[in-house]
Design a protein around this ligand. Structure first.
Ligand code: NDP
Ligand code: AKG
Length: 432
């Protein structure tokens, strides 16, 4: 039996409907499905279902009132055959070990889709950052950096921002790590403030890539962007930048949301006037608009393009039938469960996966890492031009795979990623 057939049989056997889907289950099922398309040694696929290592640490924090709270932190390192582990740090109450592992798998594929010399990592702390003062968040970050110091490093594993963390968090992490090392090590994290070696354009990059890919998909389906309606869930680093850039491209953004719900205007919102999460957390619902809607209703709006850009697991088997958008562009990581993706596929809804659409973040992180190695700073124009080029190259690679294999956008992105990862493993002689 050819390897692709063996992988297809394994995928078929594993497709029994799970009761609920964690990020890890979704990631594994996506992998199993795509493995059926490529001629890759089943041993490699089996290996890729598991992380290389996961570190779990206790992170004690002295609160402002003098009491101590002990938080749990994780760092999952999935695969590093193509280079150091790379991926964000999330501060959120729902962080779990399984979620970090699933997210680190997606980072491995994302870096391979973009052809970056990185593997996949992801970490986080189980904490609601809104419950912390600025000083508490700084102390928590410094302690976490100390606890994972043996695990990370500019050539080993390079964290970056994700939900609940930002450039300031990365600055504290870099400082704590550098103090341990006895020398300043800007390359240990990306997404830093530019004054510390951060790259211009990094904060907006994942939203910018979502907008670039949305523009290409709209063109692919022969739609006119000036007549395209868009709804965006989440108005943070990813959602707000995607909404504003698509607005600038001429699309009509009819709805955006924060954790409390969304605002809706069928004539189009002025996205530059709506406060982002960074400008005012939970500020969207306080903005004056013709109508308020729930986050659930936003996902079911009759729009051309839906961009879930907040949390994972929002389009599920329960609501996928009610999605009325023609195109879903995944701004968040893992917003669509495996079961939901199959429903959307049978309803002819095109779903463009996170591992392509939001990959601008890690791509500009790579540019930042290069700038740190070379002790040079690139202009914002250069960063945005190189990001545009990188996104269009990845878009072409995925489009070619989609045409060749006649598969979904997600399967096509997996084909590109798995082929590169398997070739790297075979070249290193790990899988003769
Ligand atoms: N930052 C990055 O570099 C990258 C992030 N991503 C992914 O994008 C997603 C968003 O990350 P990011 O933009 O950085 O996060 P931010 O923390 O910057 O923003 C999150 C946004 O989502 C809103 N939100 C939070 N919880 C919910 C909820 N339950 N329902 C609806 N909205 C909610 C927040 O609202 P409020 O203001 O009210 O809190 C805020 O507007 C995550 O899945 C992340 O993994 C992907 C690639 C790169
Ligand atoms: O910039 C990075 O290294 C990682 C960004 C990230 O966590 C993601 O793309 O999900």
């Amino acid at each position: 039996m050819a390897q692709s057939e063996e992988n297809a049989v394994a995928a078929e056997e594993s497709n029994a409907e799970p009761e609920s889907e964690t990020a890890l289950e979704t990631a594994r099922r996506q992998l199993e499905r795509a493995a059926g398309l490529v001629d890759v040694n089943p041993g490699i696929i089996e290996r890729l279902k598991h992380p290389t290592k996961v570190q779990r640490v206790a992170v004690p924090l002295k609160r402002d009132d003098g009491t101590v709270t002990v938080y749990t932190g994780y760092r999952s390192q999935h695969d590093d055959v193509r280079g150091p582990y790379k991926g964000g740090l999330r501060y959120h109450p729902n962080v779990t070990e399984d979620e970090c592992v699933g997210l680190s798998m997606w980072m491995t594929w994302k870096c391979a889709v973009m052809d970056l010399p990185f593997g996949g990592g992801k970490g986080g702390i189980v904490v609601d950052p809104k419950d912390l003062s600025l000083g508490e968040k700084e102390r928590l970050t410094r302690r976490f950096a100390e606890e994972v110091r043996d695990f990370v490093g500019p050539e080993k594993d390079i964290p970056a921002p994700d939900m609940g963390t930002d450039a300031q968090t990365m600055a504290w992490f870099m400082d704590a790590y550098s103090m341990q090392e006895g020398e300043t090590q800007p390359g240990v994290v990306t997404g830093k403030p530019p004054v510390l070696g951060g790259s211009y354009g990094r904060a907006a990059a994942p939203g910018r890539s979502v907008a670039i890919i949305a523009r290409e998909v709209i063109d692919h389906y022969e739609m006119d962007i000036e007549e395209t309606t868009v709804a965006v869930q989440g108005f943070g680093s990813v959602g707000a930048n995607a909404a504003r850039i698509l607005d600038d491209y001429g699309a009509t953004i009819v709805a955006v949301s924060d954790v409390n719900g969304g605002i809706y205007d069928p004539d189009g919102l002025d996205t530059h006037a709506v406060p982002t999460h960074e400008e005012q957390p939970e500020g969207v619902m306080k903005y004056d608009s013709p109508a308020k809607i729930s986050n659930e209703d936003l996902l079911e709006l009759d729009v051309d393009v839906l961009i879930p850009a907040a949390i994972g697991d929002v389009i599920t088997a329960e609501n996928a039938e009610d999605v009325r958008a023609d195109i879903v562009i995944e701004g968040a990581n893992g917003p669509t469960t495996f079961a939901a993706a199959e429903i959307l596929e049978s309803n002819d809804v095109a779903v463009v996966p996170d591992i392509l659409a939001n990959a601008g973040g890690v791509t500009v992180s790579y540019f930042e890492w290069l700038q740190n190695i070379n002790r040079r700073s690139w202009s914002l124009k250069r960063v945005n031009d190189e990001l545009e080029t990188a996104m269009l190259r990845a878009w072409d690679d995925v489009s070619d795979a989609k045409a060749e294999f006649d598969v979904t956008w997600r399967d096509a992105a997996y084909v590109v990623a798995l082929s590169r990862i398997a070739e790297a493993k075979e070249s290193r002689g790990l899988w003769p």
